[in-house]
Structure formats: structure tokens, C-alpha cells
Write a protein that binds this ligand. Structure first.
Ligand SMILES: *Cc1c(COP(=O)(O)O)cnc(C)c1O
Length: 494
């Protein structure tokens, strides 16, 4: 399965042969070209032909096709990257988003001319309101982190309008790094609370952190340990009783979509990542979307432009107390189209299945890994399986990092490692709902092989990857000596 990935390819210059060509159409008018060239100053004119590779059309096609197949991708391989929800995104959604009526719209077109697209915005807002259990949804934010910023700006505006003087945000130590960054960027002070031994928020630590400056708590649920916060209702009660608001980092909605709703848990503001749960391919840094849902009392603060239905027409408007614009235009529109196509093709029961199988698959992995992969928080998880190798890292000096590198040799993308920060030497494995039992069994078999190698051939792990075209990089040098690393072929090796 991975031959293509590991095969060392020649450079296109190495397969070059003088005089070999593809099909070249004759140029339209030789005399015109000569006249144009004559106008170039003599010192800028080429003395010799450029040293381009000379290959046949077929060789060029095969070379670049092989290169493209060296990409590790969801289309070809399993991608268990924790906290990222790297699931298969149905092709139908790509086709719909690429239809000329959507792809060729201009963002400055008049509302009257784009009623169909406004309806798509409106309908997706309505669906997400149901999914989140909240009164209003904006589709403006272009990513999860921007959704967090928008949500925190809304909370800030709310406290300002109500003269509460509250400027502190409580964030558990298991949170995604974007949470404290977004809160600080929106002007808040950040107060961290420690997790308990069970990986959930410690209620005593939370009680001690709440005071009359508490503006909000930012909570991820299921949290980054892959656990559902069991005291969620009590946490909501405590924060609300103290005059704060509840912010829900719903980037991991894949675990609960269609089954549990943040609004029902008491949350006031929620962001979700359409590029994780609602079918936009990501991982290459492409466009995403981080819609934000809010409770009724915050709808007036939503960013502009917002889409609403007025009679039989759809229109943009700016809510009275809007926090303003987040982007030059409306949203990453193609992502919105994909999400609506996905939601409608799944339907309510389909979304319920997403959460069911995402959770089942993660638990299957968690409970079938060999014992060296210890489970810090018991045998049950939600959409991702967190394990740690802290014992063998002490006893045998084998790190989570070594295991991640060895998985590359065995044909698997490494899971997320060293996150969440509160579990040392951890691996966070998110299989998602779209993978089959056979694929999960293959991954588990690779982890079993690694467990054997820890005993028999530990150096194979310490030196991994051994079988890729590139060996282990000196990661410190790669970060510190950029000018060296940028020279092709000059990447320092350990
Ligand atoms: C992915 C993720 C984010 C950030 O989302 P981006 O779209 O990458 O900005 C925030 N929180 C959690 C828990 C995430 O998994």
C-alpha cells in the first residue's frame, strides 16, 4: 500500500535526454516573435538555451503523477491526527461547491441577484441553530480561532454594555492553545484552572478561580483528553450564578453532533469548525469556517454582515450592537455550501450516526492497543483516544516522538503527540467515524509491532523513520537555522 510513498524518485533533470520533446504546436508567427525579441536590449537576451529538462510528454506526465502520489492524504491513507477530525469528506460536497453559480459569484454583487446564495447562508444558520441548541448563528468567522475571537468579542461587548466591570476569563489547562490566545486578544485576563486526576475540570479549583471579575469560562467539550465534562451542568450553574457567561469550544463537535447540544448544557456562546465536522477538507491550510452560535440575549452583538429572511426575500444586515466585520466580505462561501450539502445529505439521523461511530471507533482503538500505551483516564473516551508512554520513556528512553516517527515507517500518519499538555509523553489518536474496522485493525497491528520493538529493537524506534526517503531531521536546527534549511538538499540530519 505504501510502495508509492516510499519509492525514491529521480529528479526530472535526471531523466532528461537531449532533444526529447512533447508535442509543440508551431508558433503563430515567427517574424513577429523575431521582431519582439529584437526590441529586448542585447544584454537581456539569452546567449544559450535554458537548461530545462528534456523529456517526452509521457515521461513528464508520469513524473508529476508519481510526485503527486507521494503526498500522504486522506484519499490514500489513514490520518489519525487527534483534535483535527481528519475524516473523509464526500465528493458530492466538492461538486456542489464548485458549481459555477456558486464558484463564480462576486462578493460585491447586489443581494437581489444572489438570493439563492443568501438562502444557503440562511438555511445553514437555521440548521446550525438546531445542532447547537442556540438562538442565533453567524457564519462569518473564517476559522475556529477566529470564531473564538468573535465569541470573546461578543462576550466583552455584552459585559461592557451591562457595566459589569468583568475582565477575567477562566480556562482549564486542557484547553487548545487558541483559547487563551483568543481571550487575551479580545482584551481579557486569562486565569487557568487545573484539571482533576480524572482529566475533567476540578470543581474545587474552579470554585476558587471564580470571583466578581469573572466574565466567562472557555470550555472544550469533549475536552482535549477526549472526555465529556461530567460536571458540565454544575459548571454552568456555578458560572452563571457568579454573573459570568459560558463559552464552548465546539471544534470537536464530531463527537456529539446530533446527540447533545451545547445550548442545552447551558452555554451562551459556541464556535464550531465546519472544516472538521461539516465536510471541508483541511490539513493543507485551505479555507475553513468557524461559525459561532449565541443565546438569544447576545444575537444583537453578532458580527456583520448577518443574513436574515425578510418576508420572502433574504438580505444582509448589521445587528444593532454588532462587534463589526471580521473579513473583507461575508464568509468563506465555498465552505458554507459544502456544509449545507453535507448536513442535508446526512439528515438528522445521519449526523447522529456520525457521533456514534466516531465515538465507537475511538473506543475500539483505545481498548485494543497493547498495554505499553497506558490509558491515563480509564477505558472510555469520546471521539479520540488519549494514551501515554511515560513509563517506558523513563524505563527505556523511548519517547512518544520515537513512536510517532516509527509509525511513518509503517505507513501511518503520526497521531497528535505532546497534546494535551497535561499528560506527559502522550499520543492523541482520532480515527473519526469514516474509517472501517479493517483500517483500525491495521493501525492497531502497527502499534503492536511497535510494542514488540520497544523490547527487541529499541534503536529502530530511536532512529525512525528508517524507511522514508528522508531520515530523522534535527528539529532544533530546522527551527533555528532557517537559512540553512531553506537550501534545497541541505537539510541537516541528526
Ligand atoms: C482545531 C481546534 C481549534 C482551532 O481551530 P482552527 O480552525 O484551526 O483555528 C480550536 N479548538 C480546538 C479544540 C480545536 O481542535
Amino acid at each position: 500500500m505504501n510502495g508509492m510513498l516510499f519509492e525514491k524518485l529521480p529528479l526530472v533533470n535526471e531523466i532528461s535526454s537531449p532533444g526529447r520533446r512533447g508535442v509543440l504546436p508551431p508558433s503563430a508567427d515567427q517574424s513577429e516573435r523575431r521582431a519582439a525579441r529584437a526590441k529586448l536590449p542585447a544584454n537581456l537576451r539569452r546567449k544559450a538555451a535554458p537548461a530545462l529538462p528534456e523529456v517526452s510528454e509521457l515521461d513528464a506526465m508520469r513524473h508529476f503523477t508519481r510526485l503527486s502520489q507521494k503526498n500522504y492524504s486522506i484519499d490514500a491513507q489513514f490520518y489519525p491526527l487527534g483534535s483535527c477530525t481528519m475524516k473523509y469528506n464526500p465528493r458530492i460536497n466538492e461538486k456542489v461547491a464548485a458549481m459555477a453559480g456558486f464558484a463564480r459569484l462576486h462578493p460585491m454583487q447586489e443581494s437581489a441577484d444572489i438570493q439563492g446564495s443568501l438562502r444557503i447562508f440562511h438555511d445553514l444558520q437555521e440548521i446550525l441553530k438546531q445542532v447547537l441548541g442556540l438562538g442565533g448563528v453567524t457564519l462569518c468567522p473564517a476559522a475556529g480561532a477566529q470564531g473564538e475571537f468573535a465569541g470573546m468579542a461578543i462576550i466583552r461587548a455584552y459585559h461592557r454594555d451591562n457595566n459589569t466591570g468583568r475582565d477575567e476569563v477562566i480556562i482549564p489547562d486542557s484547553a487548545h492553545g487558541t483559547n487563551p490566545a483568543s481571550a487575551a486578544f479580545a482584551g481579557f485576563k486569562v486565569r487557568e484552572v487545573k484539571s482533576g486526576a480524572d482529566g475533567c475540570v476540578d470543581l474545587d479549583a474552579l470554585r476558587a478561580a471564580i470571583n466578581d471579575k469573572t466574565a466567562a469560562i472557555m470550555l472544550t467539550n469533549p475536552n482535549t483528553c477526549g472526555l465529556f465534562e461530567k460536571d458540565i451542568k454544575e459548571i454552568a450553574r456555578m458560572i452563571h450564578a457568579a454573573g459570568g457567561l459560558l463559552y464552548y469550544d465546539g471544534a470537536n463537535l464530531n463527537a456529539i453532533v446530533g446527540r447533545a447540544r451545547p445550548g442545552d448544557m447551558g452555554f451562551d456562546v459556541v464556535h464550531m469548525n465546519l472544516h472538521k465536522t461539516f465536510s471541508t477538507p483541511h490539513g493543507g491550510g485551505g479555507p475553513g469556517a468557524g461559525p459561532v452560535g449565541v443565546a438569544e440575549r447576545l444575537i444583537n452583538y453578532l458580527p456583520a454582515p448577518h443574513v436574515r429572511k425578510a418576508g420572502s426575500k433574504y438580505e444582509f444586515y448589521s445587528p444593532d450592537r454588532s462587534i463589526g466585520k471580521l473579513l473583507a466580505f461575508h464568509a468563506n462561501a465555498g465552505v458554507i455550501v459544502r456544509a449545507l450539502s453535507y448536513a442535508m445529505s446526512q439528515g438528522g439521523t445521519g449526523l447522529w450516526d456520525v457521533a456514534t461511530y466516531a465515538t465507537l471507533n475511538a473506543n475500539y482503538v483505545l481498548n485494543n492497543l497493547p498495554a505499553v500505551f497506558e490509558r491515563p483516564f480509564g477505558n472510555l473516551c469520546k471521539h479520540e483516544a488519549l494514551v501515554t508512554v511515560r513509563r517506558i520513556s523513563k524505563e527505556k528512553d523511548i519517547k512518544a516522538f520515537d513512536i510517532a516517527k516509527r509509525l511513518l515507517d509503517l505507513g501511518y500518519h503520526a497521531p497528535t503527540i505532546y497534546f494535551p499538555l497535561l499528560v506527559p509523553e502522550c499520543l492523541l489518536i482520532e480515527p473519526t467515524e469514516t474509517e472501517s474496522k479493517e483500517t483500525l485493525d491495521g493501525f492497531i497491528a502497527a502499534m503492536k509491532q511497535i510494542a514488540t520493538e520497544i523490547e527487541s529493537t529499541p534503536d529502530v524506534l530511536r532512529n525512525a523513520p528508517n524507511e522514508l526517503p528522508t531520515g530523522r531531521m534535527d528539529e532544533a536546527a530546522a527551527a533555528k537555522a532557517l537559512n540553512v534549511c531553506c537550501q534545497w538538499g541541505d537539510v541537516p540530519m541528526a
